[in-house]
Design a protein around this ligand. Sequence first.
Ligand SMILES: NC(=O)c1ccc[n+]([C@@H]2O[C@H](COP(=O)([O-])OP(=O)(O)OC[C@H]3O[C@@H](n4cnc5c(N)ncnc54)[C@H](O)[C@@H]3O)[C@@H](O)[C@H]2O)c1
Length: 315
Amino acid sequence: MRKRIIVTGGAGFIGSNLCDYLLKNGHEVVCVDNFDDYYDPKIKRNNIEHALTHPSYTLIEEDIKKTEKILEQIHGNFDAIIHLAAKAGVRYSLKHPVGYEESNVVGTKKIIELAVKKNIKQFVFASSSSIYGNSKAPFKEDNIDLKPISPYAQTKLLSEKTGKEYAESGKIRFISLRFFSVYGPRLRPDLVMNKIAASIYQNKELNVFGDGKASRDYTYVDDIIQGIIKSLDYTKSNYEIFNLGNGNPIKLIDIIEMFESASSKKVNAVFTDSIQGESSITWADNSKAIKLLNFEPETEIKNGIQNFINWYLEK
Ligand SMILES: NC(=O)c1ccc[n+]([C@@H]2O[C@H](COP(=O)([O-])OP(=O)(O)OC[C@H]3O[C@@H](n4cnc5c(N)ncnc54)[C@H](O)[C@@H]3O)[C@@H](O)[C@H]2O)c1
């Protein structure tokens, strides 16, 4: 069935891939994005260049907090809001915490209010594995002793709490998806695979913080999109949290090796001190999403890395 969906942050890495998927599958998309300068806005303009010509795509270039202005530009009924807009970056938030709460917590509340005003019941929120901080891995959604260790992660936890309050009042259905280290074409420039590729193809140094043994549960963007799409049809309860990961943590040094063998080139790695505020491991227990959403991450890391390299070289 054709759906009308608002995607906030739709010009970013995950958002633009998601919008393309929705359009390809016959849905109508309203993308709300302010092209913030966390990284070069030209990259985001490129991400959506072809979508702009699609008849079922509308771009609203606006800050999510300016909901009055957004409301003036959206008409008719919508089936869902997928709220991805956020100031991203665990590492950046440690050094520059100002602005995170405003964008991520206040912004989320404003977009929830917009959903209530427009009577849009289904609200899907992009949360993050960083919420678990130094909790014991593998991470499970029912862990209530969460230890977020960065300002960014704290804003995601606060947003989930806000979502829960609204969901309990029955005004919306709030589905929080905790994404785990997403990678793939259009990856954000601050994320590690882009830096590894820059070391291989542009002879840049790759700073490895710590001994390179920190592990991440790298999850291919198409698998994340599959989880988001499945959550659109979840109606069994009004509030739910789902991990969306690959379920298979991999050490950074092993990722580097995979890039080296895929490219037959060497990474110029420079080992420096580890960073406080970053976890040593992220690892999703996906069993809840598998059971309730029928989520099934399919992309093997080696195939995902090859797709990423192909995109990197093309760009
Ligand atoms: N990439 C990952 O590995 C990952 C992991 C966990 C969670 N997430 C979450 O997924 C979402 C998408 O992440 P991404 O990697 O695609 O990041 P991204 O930075 O590429 O995309 C976010 C988009 O939101 C927009 N935005 C930011 N503040 C805004 C505001 N106030 N008003 C309107 N638009 C605004 C930005 O311009 C950007 O296009 C974010 O909420 C992020 O926190 C990402």
